[in-house]
Design a protein around this ligand. Structure first.
Ligand SMILES: NC(=O)c1ncn([C@@H]2O[C@H](COP(=O)(O)O)[C@@H](O)[C@H]2O)c1NC=O
Length: 532
């Protein structure tokens, strides 16, 4: 710390909405002989604790007025904060107008974000927009050369420590760090107000986009070791990787965050009350095995059997509490992350033996039907779209072939289409008895995805000691329509007996005729699920 950059703190202004830690702070400042100015509620609490305080109204000679809309918006306050102490003109202005310097500004804002989150009415939200607080924060942060600004109770101790250590002064390093934090706070506050206002006006895509987030973690690196990265959480608080509790294991990496998100969003499609236990295993944001079964351990084992090679080092998502039997199976191979709503004690104990294995518990499943926004960044901008929260799984399914699917086929078709929604396009998914048996992902042609999925199903069969590919007698889902009959024929050749796809190709007639010729049952969903 360079001593010349130390600035004395003789007077502090405290105006806080969230009063946690206020009394201890006041006592510590009083012990350091710092004079305290404060607004109504904050002043009252300090006085009740026996701390000497001057009310801002007494300092300015102006009462708080208009229901608190005007408290600190006064030249005596802003002059005291903004004056450059080493500028003779500023010093003269202070003298002429009897303005005393304010060296430390401690403010936290009206709880606008919390008020909106509670679902308050328009008027209440407006009244919770803080005006005087951000003004003081911005003034103090601008004058960081002389003034210390604190917007987070988590910084009270650092300021007190430094004042104690230096005999009542703060360093330029601390003042700069706190000034940057102060502008980040007012920026995020205004972002929240602006987004809320746009929503009130029904503007889905306002002229100016403001994104705000809170840094959760600086990551070791990005997708690759030469890329730096961090994770920021937004205010959506959707149940998932961002809000989960990490019970054990190494720190999550960038790719872990991405893959775990994909895994949990997929498994959340399967409500345990409807589907029973379900498990999804993800590699590089694509599922390499997904299954439903009467028990969780069977769901895991069946998902794993789909592609035992790819599952190595994968991310496992479960739709219900991790139990000991499932944990025993999981620890048999190397896994990066397990994410589940909960884990019982016996399961936790088994997982604990694998020190690096990350276990994330979410407390529940996100609602796949809830609307939301997705943001993707391009070279010079952002693409914003609704979350793909739709699924056609009910009466809107249209049978287009002579043969209608059997009950088991229909159940598997719906499952396959749900999984396909979470596979990078072009997506082809073979399913048999509630489990994927072959996934073709991310190919530039649908036929290639069909072929890959079919060959994966042969590999799965061979691994299990079967000579016949598991696609035989399966059903198949395609995330978008088959533009030609070839993709469908590839599926028929692989042994699929029923098909689910959106339909809508110019050549639907040809594709339907090919399905009829091959004796396949086919349903159209009328909804596409591209994913990139
Ligand atoms: N209007 C003003 O001049 C003003 N000055 C400070 N405030 C806010 O009043 C709150 C503290 O009020 P109190 O100390 O009365 O509980 C703080 O959140 C602070 O940011 C103000 N309130 C809103 O704008």
């Amino acid at each position: 710390m360079s001593r010349s950059d130390l600035q004395p703190v003789s007077r502090a202004l405290i105006s806080v909405s969230d009063k946690s830690g206020l009394v201890d702070l006041g006592k510590a400042l009083a012990a350091l002989d710092v004079e305290i100015l404060s607004t109504g509620g904050s002043a009252k609490m300090l006085m009740e604790a026996g701390i000497a305080v001057t009310e801002v109204a007494d300092h300015t000679g102006f009462p708080e007025m208009m229901d608190g809309r005007v408290k600190t918006l006064h030249p005596t306050i802003h002059g005291g904060i903004l004056a450059l102490r080493d500028n003779p003109d500023h010093a003269k202005a202070m003298q002429d107008h009897e303005i005393g310097g304010i060296d430390l500004v401690i403010v936290n804002l009206y709880p606008f974000e919390e008020t909106v989150a509670k679902g308050a009415d328009f008027h209440t939200c407006i009244e919770n927009i803080d005006i005087g607080g951000p003004a003081m924060i911005r003034s103090a942060a601008k004058n960081y050369g002389f003034v210390t600004v604190v917007v987070d109770a988590g910084d009270y101790q650092a300021v007190i420590d430094e004042l104690t250590e230096t005999g009542g002064k703060t360093s330029i390093e601390l003042r700069k760090r706190l000034a940057a934090k102060a502008y980040a706070r007012t920026g995020a506050y205004d972002a929240a107000i602006s987004n809320w206002y746009a929503a009130q006006l029904g503007e889905d895509y306002p002229d100016r986009l403001v994104l705000a987030g809170t840094r959760q973690q600086i990551l070791r690196y990005g997708e690759n070791p030469h890329q730096s990265a961090a994770f920021y959480a937004n205010d959506e608080k959707r149940i998932g990787v961002a809000t989960a509790t990490q019970v054990q294991g190494k720190e999550l990496s960038y790719n872990n965050f991405n893959d775990t998100d994909a895994a949990f969003e997929l498994v959340a499609e399967f409500d345990p009350k409807v589907s029973g236990p379900a498990c999804a295993i993800i590699k590089h944001a694509n599922p390499c095995g997904v299954a439903m079964a009467p028990t969780l351990v069977d769901a895991y084992k069946t998902a794993f059997a789909c592609d035992t090679t790819s599952a190595f080092g994968g991310i496992i998502a479960l739709n219900q509490t991790l139990d000991a039997a499932t944990a025993e199976e999981i620890v048999k191979i190397f896994t990066e992350v397990i994410i589940a709503p909960d884990a019982d004690d016996a399961a936790k104990e088994i997982i604990a033996a694998k020190k690096n294995l990350r276990l994330l518990l979410t407390g529940g499943l996100p609602d796949p039907g809830v609307p939301g926004r997705l943001v993707k960044s391009l070279a010079s901008g952002y693409l914003i779209q609704d979350r793909d929260n739709a699924l056609t799984a009910g009466p809107e399914l249209k049978v287009v072939t002579k043969r209608a699917p059997s009950e088991q086929e229909l159940k598997d078709l719906k499952f396959a289409f749900t999984v396909a929604k979470h596979v990078k396009s072009n997506a082809i998914v073979y399913v048999r008895n509630g489990a994927t048996v072959g996934v073709g992902a991310g190919q530039m042609s649908r036929v290639d995805s069909s072929k890959i999925a079919a060959s994966k199903s042969l590999e799965a069969a061979q691994n299990a000691g079967d000579s016949v590919a598991w696609a035989k007698g399966s059903v198949v889902a395609s995330d978008a329509f088959f533009p030609f009959a070839d993709g469908l024929l590839a599926a028929a050749e692989a042994g699929a007996t029923a098909v689910i796809q959106p339909g809508g190709s110019m050549r639907d007639d040809e594709v339907i005729a090919a399905a009829d010729d091959a004796g396949l049952a086919m349903v159209f969903t009328g909804m596409r699920h591209f994913r990139h």
